[in-house]
Each structure stands twice: as C-alpha cells, then as structure tokens.
Write a protein that binds this ligand. Structure first.
Ligand SMILES: C[S@@+](CC[C@H](N)C(=O)[O-])C[C@H]1O[C@@H](n2cnc3c(N)ncnc32)[C@H](O)[C@@H]1O
Length: 597
C-alpha cells in the first residue's frame, strides 16, 4: 500500500509525518503540535513557511508563462494549479556549477523535485567557439586584453576593464574559416546588422520557454531581472551570440544556481557570506565578474504537486484527505469513506494522474466482501476499465481478475512467512488456494502441492498461473468444496503423504476443522499416519485474540490442542485481528470416529 504523508495546507508547521492510517484526519492534535513547534522554532511567533505550497505561490498571469495541461480532462482544471514563486539565483559558468553547488548547498533552494541547478537555454556554445575562447584566454587573458587595447586605441600601460564586443567580433571573424562560419551561424549577422524585432524575439523566447518546460514537465524557470548591460552594446552582441548574450557576462555556457527562497528579491548585502564571497570575490580581478545575481520566477504546475497537496486544495476545507490506496498490478484500489463519495471521481483522477503509468485504473470498493468466493464489488472511477491485471509477488507472476477472484496484496508478507517454513521434503495441501499465491510459491520449494478452490474462475486463473510459472508438474488442481476436498485428499494413501495444510479462509476456516476427524481411521497401522501440520487463519475481536481463536479450534476439533503456535497477521479493522494458528493435527482427531460430515 502506498501511504502519503498529509498535513492540511494551512497547518503552520511545514514538516510532514508519515501517516499510519489510510486517512489522516485534520485533528486538533496535529494543529496543536504544529502550532507549538512553530512557536518553538520561530521566536517572533510568525508562521514559518518553507518550501513550495499551493497556498503560498501566486497564480500565473494568463499570458505567461505557458501553462501545462490546461483543459486536460473535464474534471480538473489543471491550469489553475500553476503557482509562481520569486527565487534568486546565481548565474555561474557551467563548468564551475557542480563545485559551487557543493560549496553553497546549505544556501540553495533545496525544494523537493526541483533541481538547484537550472540550464540557461541557448547559451551553450559550440565547442569551436569554446576552443577559441580558451586559446584567447590561455595566457591569463593577456592576448584578449592586448587585442582589446588595439581595438580601443588604449596604450599598453593603461588598464583595460573588459575587452569590447567589437574586438570579439573581429577576433571571431578572423579565426573562423568558412566551415567554422557555417557552424557558428550567428556570426553571419556581422555583415547583416540585426534588425530589432522585439515582438518576434518574444515569441521565440516563448517557444524556447515552452520547450524547456515540457522537458521536465512540472516546473518552469525564467529570469526576470538581472545585472543587464550597456543597451546598444548588448544588442550588438546579441546579434552575434544569441538572445541570451549579455555584455560583461561570462560568454560561455552558464547555469543558474537557485538560492534559498528567503533570498528572493534581496540585494547582495543581504545574502549569506558564502554567497557574497562567490559574487564579489571575482570582481577584484580585472575581468568583469563572471558570477551574477539574478531574480527569477519559478512556476510549478499541476504535475509538480503531490497527491495530498492537490486533494487538500480540491476537497472541502474540513474534509479528511484520503492518503493511501492499495495496488494490484495496474489497479489502484481506494477505500473511500462516505463523505468522499461525492468527490470520488475527482479523487480517482488525482490518484491516476499522480501515479501514471504504473496505475492505469482506479477503483473503489462498493461493498464489504460478503460472498463465498470472497470477491469485491468494485466500481471503476478513472482510467481504463480492465480489472484483469498481472501482479508480481515475491518474484512470482500472477494473473488475476479483480472482478471475479479474490486477491489481497497486503498478505504478501504473510504468505512468504508461511512458505518460508516449508522444506523441500514437504507436500502441501492448500484448501482455499484462490489463484494460487501460496500454492505456487510453495510449489517452487516443496515436493508437491494439492491446490483447491470452490470458485471455478479462481481455479481457471490458478491453472493459468501454474503455466505462467512453469509448475505444471508440481501442482495438482481441484475445484471442490473445502470439506469434501479435505476428506477426499486424505482418503487414499497418496504417492506423496501430505505434511502441511494451509487453510486461508479467515472468516470460516475453523469451522472446516471437523473434516479432519477420522481421516486416518481406515489406515491399518498408526505408523502410516503422517500427521500434517495445519496453518489455519481466523479473525478475532476478543480482548485476547489468541485465546479466543484457540478455543474455537478446540471446539471445532472436539479436542484440546495442547501445542499451538499463534501469529498475529494484521489488524483488519480497529480491534479485529487476523491470526494464523499453526499446530500438528492430534492423532486422536485423525483416528476419531467421524461425526457424520
Ligand atoms: C481468503 S481467499 C484466499 C485465497 C488465497 N489463499 C490467497 O491468499 O489469495 C479464500 C478462497 O477460498 C475460496 N472458498 C470460499 N469458500 C470455499 C469453500 N467452501 N471451499 C473451497 N474454497 C472456498 C474462495 O473462492 C477464495 O478463493
């Protein structure tokens, strides 16, 4: 079962706790806890907000940035879940980014699922240009500076702050041969001065932005304010180096290192020392700083938010949020409360959206299991309507049709526990085998398995699963009523005497125990009686469930079983335990006079 932590969004304490229950109420306990922790952490008694939240971000303006999934499906207006956050970032050379990320880790945004490093679209330079820049800078920038001096008419003794864009252009024009010219396409604009088409530029940026966003699918980052530069010079160089070129900046590929949200819209003075050192340290050199502080808008879309965050926003204020579901293959199985029923399709859509592609179908149980075959009444709420699925449990594949057979993924561990007690010399009899999770798992280990179920469709799937797992020679299949099956299977001496019996029908299995009375009565010698070990499942709501279940076993066998091992499997409802009792069938029962069943 997946379980997602959930706190209501207006909870003041932003940490989340794993929920032990399927539904996390919005109880006063949590509010009290969150309030006290908030106060403890914040001496000004201001609520501490950290991390992205649907309640904190601004809604994006309709025009920009592009929304994701708008109008996708009639149930949920996904576009309405876009939220914009102000974030400051350091623009740094790409090559230094990893080292800086490590160095500044504690001062970075560190939001879940948002990378601290963002690419700057369009500023990745072609390797050819990189080489020229490296060559030019190879002597500590002397060649660049000397070139700049000549271009700017500055004598050799004077200090040059930055090589001018004109110089770069000349240098590039000289260095590129005709092939390089083709590869560095913006260079063509030297002879064709760039026309200022602001609108078209904007459109192009829009397209780039969209491309960037669709790559990661749930967030979008745009730089809204930065150091800028000399307008004319900048425009000139933009024509040469592309839209993202800015004068005085590092002219190689850059990355944005997103800073902790508290530094949004702050000046350099207000940044932590470690960040200041990065920003200002370089300005002492003669080159302009290659690091820049920029302000960005980070937009998070529907795809970003987690299931509980979306449901908290979608469901009425005081409603508990469903936080978990069971999975069976591609099917998510909800167990909704009555109060959720008016929102069942909405909830199912969110579950589907947030768990694709693993989950393809979302269902809700309509009724408690009541029928003989222990099948569930399910309603498909979202996704495709197929309830036939393949489950992999403990490495074994099972095909099941949830509409017609019993399956419970929560028993996987228990099934493994029981099978782990079997040895290669065992012969197992699974009286209520269903589609075979115990029988097939056991067959991989033991000498032989006799598997039975009353439900003919379960037996059909059992046979399919035996073939699927290539165990045809290890399992014999029966479609009989349980009591009759027990009598029949023990009536004759089989080539493999049964050593283990599994009875997993917790509601009624104990009542089938009388079938064991007298099973060896017709055996001529006591030595021929291989008394099987029985693993019997049952429920108990008693104060002492083990005692209660033991009593029921004694009554059913009309005998006191002295040596019995009890295992609590799980709580199926408040105060109701599922138990597994393991005991060896008493000889007195096996030889008893049958009681007319
Ligand atoms: C709780 S399920 C357990 C199935 C399987 N052991 C498992 O773990 O998935 C109980 C199974 O017993 C079968 N069953 C119910 N009543 C039965 C009966 N009287 N005789 C034989 N099988 C029965 C049901 O069809 C169902 O498949």
């Amino acid at each position: 079962m997946f379980s997602l932590p959930a706190l209501r969004p207006h909870s003041r304490f932003p940490l989340s706790f794993p929920s032990p229950h399927r539904f996390l109420p919005k109880p006063s306990l949590f509010s009290a806890l969150s309030a006290s922790l908030t106060l403890a952490l914040d001496p000004d008694h201001r609520p501490l907000h950290y991390g992205p939240s649907l309640r904190r971000g601004r809604r994006p303006s309709p025009a920009s940035p592009p929304s994701l999934g708008s109008g996708d499906g009639p149930l949920i207006d996904k576009a309405s879940f876009g939220r914009v956050f102000d974030v400051a970032a350091l623009r740094v050379p790409a090559e230094e980014c990893a080292a800086l990320e490590n160095r500044l880790r504690g001062h970075l945004l560190n939001w879940p699922r948002v990378r601290n490093v963002a690419r700057v679209s369009g500023d990745d330079v072609e390797p050819e240009f990189k080489r020229i820049m490296r060559d030019a800078e190879g002597d500590g920038g002397d060649r660049l500076r000397s070139l700049a001096r000549r271009v700017d008419g500055v004598s050799d003794g004077e200090e040059v702050v930055a090589p001018s864009p004109v110089m770069y252009r000349e240098k590039l024009a000289k260095d590129f041969n005709w092939r390089g010219f083709v590869r560095f396409r913006n260079l063509a604009k030297i002879s064709r001065p760039k026309k200022k088409k602001k609108k078209r530029d904007g459109e192009r940026e829009g397209i780039e932005a969209k491309e960037r966003m669709e790559k990661n699918g749930f967030s979008f980052l745009e730089v809204v304010e930065d150091g800028g530069g000399d307008g004319e010079e900048e425009d000139d160089m933009r024509g040469l180096l592309g839209a993202d070129f800015h004068v005085g900046r590092w002219r190689g590929p850059t990355r944005l290192l997103l800073l902790d949200e508290r530094y949004a819209n702050k000046g350099i003075d207000e940044l932590p020392e470690a960040v200041k050192v990065v920003l200002l340290g370089d300005s002492r050199k003669s080159m302009p700083s290659i690091y820049e502080l920029v302000q960005c808008h980070l937009t998070l879309f529907y795809n970003y938010w987690q299931m509980n965050e979306l449901l908290e926003d979608l469901l009425p204020e005081n409603m508990v949020v469903p936080t978990g579901f069971e999975t069976v293959g591609h099917i998510a199985h909800l167990n909704l409360r009555d109060e959720h029923l008016p929102y069942k399709k909405l909830i199912a859509q969110v579950v589907l959206d947030k768990n694709k592609p693993k989950i393809q179908t979302v269902v809700n149980k309509i009724d408690a299991i009541q029928n003989d075959y222990r099948t569930m009444q399910l309603e498909v709420l979202a996704g495709n309507h197929s309830l036939v699925t393949t489950v992999v449990e403990n490495g074994i594949r099972f095909q099941v049709d949830l509409a017609t057979v019993y399956w419970n993924s929560r028993l996987a561990t228990e099934r493994q526990r029981v099978v782990s007690g079997f040895t290669s010399s065992d012969v197992v009899c699974d009286v209520f085998s269903g589609v075979g999770p115990i029988a097939i798992s056991a067959a991989k280990k033991v000498k032989h398995v006799y598997a039975n179920d009353l439900n003919p469709i379960a037996v059909e799937y059992l046979e399919r699963n035996i073939v699927l797992n290539r165990l045809e020679r290890k399992i014999s299949v029966f479609n009989m009523e349980g009591r009759r099956f027990i009598c029949a299977i023990f009536a004759n001496q089989r080539p493999y005497p049964i050593t283990q019996v599994v009875m997993n029908l917790p509601n009624d299995a104990a009542e089938f125990l009388d079938a064991f009375r007298g099973i060896f009565r017709k055996r001529p010698r006591e030595n021929d009686c291989n008394l099987p070990k029985i693993h019997l499942y049952g429920f108990s709501k008693a104060q002492n469930p083990e005692y209660d279940f033991h009593q029921r076993i004694n009554m059913a066998l009309c005998e006191t079983v002295a040596d019995i091992e009890m295992h609590r499997v799980r709580l199926v409802a408040p105060g109701k335990w599922m138990l597994c009792a393991t005991f060896t069938l008493p000889l007195t029962v096996a030889l008893a006079k049958q009681t007319g069943h």
